[in-house]
Design a binder for this molecule. Structure first.
Ligand code: AHR
Length: 515
């Protein structure tokens, strides 16, 4: 009986929202925008908690099935997700990482203390060779984050030489002795991380001078030159972007890194719980994404003044939810549950990045496994795919797709207390396969929405794709209950010249448009 009442309530909610005004989604197929770079779907893997050790790396002698130390199950699931790029080794960890400690026989590598993350031992089992092997197994591009905070220009230059040199220098020979004949392909290289904070508490002007100094000595063969990334600001700040884009001249400089996390309360002390939250924190979390759009636009507007031909990229290379740590866990390990809310949060981020794809050519979710807004949670030899994983999976057709303008007429307002946001959020693109894709988020936790779809002046015949939703705002996948939040088929056909999409409350829909 309770179930029937709930179903009736949901139907009434859809009908009520439809009555309010005709909601119309219009996609314009004739005005292609920039390509949505696949690296917008990049991932971040730091030496932090069980993100790498246990979560992905178990070592070649482990009973857990692995390929040269990397877990088969986890890597297989990430491969299915078409992870295009991995950023490593940090984060804050990067500015205390000394690459020489992570090469050569693993049993001879020094054991250090991971001061940033829980003060636990770091045995350096995963180093340069292991990272490139992971990227190889995933078929992903590589993003290496260099150490500016506690390193030297010489150490950084020598790391690049070690990775990329084709010749017979002592460093190239050392790489060969360690098992790698050909140079590694370094696609992206960052000079420091969060140098306004854990990377050295610097002023942007000071960092600009250091960047120019260090970048002057970073040499690689022409055919293996990475995209050089300067460490930028965070959140709403624009001072770093401004200082970098104005000040860095005469040295390789291809992109600015920017970070922004979502905290339900907006406060670092008492961020908000990952599960068991109310609708107030559902909406505060999702509404935050609108701010990210504003942050990106403010920063890129400054870049436009100094770099009108948009040569320098704006990479949002750390983003995601950050909640109070899971009770009973090491707070330095940043363990948190992952729910339907995280899936919607991810989709809203994708829509923002698509809308800013002219400059935003990379973004990295923090982080890949077991840390913050992870794709996968592991426990010993078991693992579960999170709702965030499924949001990424739904959006894979957007990798390297060409963005298209899309707008929603009569978008309902979703309001809880003093917080409000548009209920519906959309993105559209022409995929590499030639199909037109639409991604939609209904942020409203209690009301569904009906909208008609128009492509140019035409009504398409049908849409077919996937829907992600669940009964509860904090529905999650757990070991033993791995399918609480999983995509299901979604389709709609035109009737009497109208194609109506019925979105349930708190849902994501990605469809290919037919006809
Ligand atoms: O992702 C966790 C941490 O957040 C990263 O190490 C750091 O760059 C950021 O502050």
């Amino acid at each position: 009986m309770k179930k029937q009442l709930l179903a009736l309530a949901a139907t009434l909610a859809v009908s009520a929202s439809a009555l309010a005004a005709d909601i119309k989604l219009v996609v314009n197929p004739d005005q292609p925008g920039p390509v949505i770079h696949r690296n917008i779907y990049g991932q971040f893997a730091e030496h932090l908690g069980t993100g790498i050790y246990e979560g992905m790396w178990v070592g070649p002698d482990s009973k857990i099935p692995n390929v040269r130390g990397w877990r088969k199950d986890v890597v297989g699931a990430l491969k299915d997700l078409k992870v295009p790029l991995v950023r490593w080794p940090g984060g804050c960890f990067a500015d205390e990482y000394h690459w020489r400690e992570g090469i050569g026989p693993r049993n001879k590598r020094p054991v250090k203390v991971n001061y940033n993350w829980g003060g636990v031992p770091e045995n350096n089992a995963v180093g340069t060779h292991e990272f490139f092997d992971l990227a190889d197994q995933l078929g992903a591009e590589t993003y290496v984050n260099g150490n500016l905070g506690t390193g030297t220009p010489q150490e950084m230059a020598e790391w690049l030489e070690y990775m990329t040199s084709e010749g017979n220098s002592t460093l190239a020979q050392l790489r060969r002795k360690n098992g790698r004949d050909k140079p590694f392909r370094v696609h992206y290289f960052a000079i420091g991380n969060e140098n306004w904070g854990c990377g050295g508490n610097m002023r942007p002007e000071y960092y600009v001078d250091l960047y120019k100094h260090w970048a002057s000595f970073l040499r690689t063969p022409e055919n293996n030159r990475p995209v050089f990334i300067a460490s930028g600001g965070h959140d709403a700040r624009t001072d770093w972007t401004e200082a970098l884009i104005k000040g860095i001249k005469g040295v390789p400089f291809n992109a600015i890194s920017h970070h922004g996390y979502t905290l339900p309360t907006g406060k670092w002390e008492g961020k908000g719980a990952a599960v068991g939250f109310g609708e107030d924190q559902w909406i505060s979390t999702l509404a935050h994404t609108q701010k990210i759009d504003e942050w990106v636009r403010k920063n890129t507007a400054i870049m436009d003044q100094h770099d009108p031909s948009k040569k320098v990229g704006f990479y949002f290379d750390e983003w995601g939810s950050w909640y109070d740590p899971e009770p009973g866990s090491n707070p330095g390990f940043l363990v948190q549950r992952n729910t339907l809310r995280d899936a919607l949060l991810a989709a809203l981020h994708f829509n923002v990045f698509h809308a800013n794809a002219e400059r935003v050519k990379m973004s990295n979710v923090a982080q890949m496994v077991n840390v913050l807004q992870a794709m996968i949670l592991t426990s010993k030899d078991k693992f579960v795919l999170t709702p965030t994983y499924h949001a990424f999976a739904l959006y894979t057709p957007f990798q390297d797709a060409t963005s298209l303008p899309a707008s929603i007429e009569n978008n309902p307002v979703y309001k809880v207390g003093a917080t409000q946001m548009p209920a519906l959020n959309v993105t559209a693109a022409r995929g590499k396969d030639g199909k037109l894709y639409v991604g939609l988020v209904n942020a409203n936790a209690t009301q569904g929405a009906e909208l008609t779809l128009q492509v140019g002046a035409k009504t398409p015949k049908a849409v077919k794709g996937k829907l992600l939703t669940a009964g509860a705002m904090d529905a999650q996948n757990e070991l033993g209950k791995p399918a609480q939040v999983v995509p299901v088929a979604f389709e709609a056909q035109a009737v009497d010249g109208k194609l109506t999409l019925k979105l349930p409350a708190k849902s994501i829909v990605v469809v290919a448009v037919e006809g």
